[in-house]
Design a protein around this ligand. Sequence first.
Ligand code: TMP
Length: 248
Amino acid sequence: MKKKKKIYEGKAKVIYTTEKANQVIQHFKDEATAFNAKKMEIIEGKGVLNNFLSEFFMEKLNNIGIPTHFIKRLNMREQLIERCEIIPLEVVVRNIAAGSLSKRLGITEGQKLPRPIVEFYLKNDDLNDPLVTESQIVTFDWVSEAELSEIFELALRTNDFLCGLLAGVNLTLVDFKIEIGRSLKYSGEKLVIADEISPDTCRLWDTKTKERLDKDVFRLEQGSLSEAYTEVANRFDLLPKNEKSAVK
Ligand code: TMP
């Protein structure tokens, strides 16, 4: 599958068209950003790690019938995905208080939540991705009511599945963000999980030591991001055998 035209470049990924109208190539870059790109660094190998990790999570979800945009990995940094119309919401699911929830509501970081919380943020860098309510989402027609309930279900099923998968390698899924697309293959009628699922978009803590193995390492300057992501990849044995690490 050949790359044709660049159609989108974000902070961490680039999207290219292919000869198939409904399939695009997603290229993972090494840029790490935080705080709406106020903090930025090139971290060698991050793109490779997230390509493999996102492949792993998305493929597992596809296999259990949770639809994602993922088709196949093409090489170390690129994967073929279904072309989607991305819904302008970041969907966050939380199992343990951390990050902006702790900051906004004063809830002690690390406190287990009695049940998962689902939150929605409007994807708008100029407004700093504000938290939005379900009522606002439907009123402004970002998604229909039917789509909103489907998104809740997708988000909670994904959470259940990923919690179990990660628990198997002693990782706690504290929270994560997903993006949802309307797949063009199904004329926009079908919702799929899009973008990426990786330590850029999840909080992952070692279950015993509570060590952070996600982008908070970079946000909070607590060590090496590539070492943390490599550790996650190695727990699932994802890196090619001849690569001691993806960082080179
Ligand atoms: P938050 O606690 O900062 O709101 O983040 C919640 C989750 O969403 C956390 O797993 C990190 C992820 N996230 C992103 O993937 N992209 C973002 O831009 C932000 C702010 C958070």
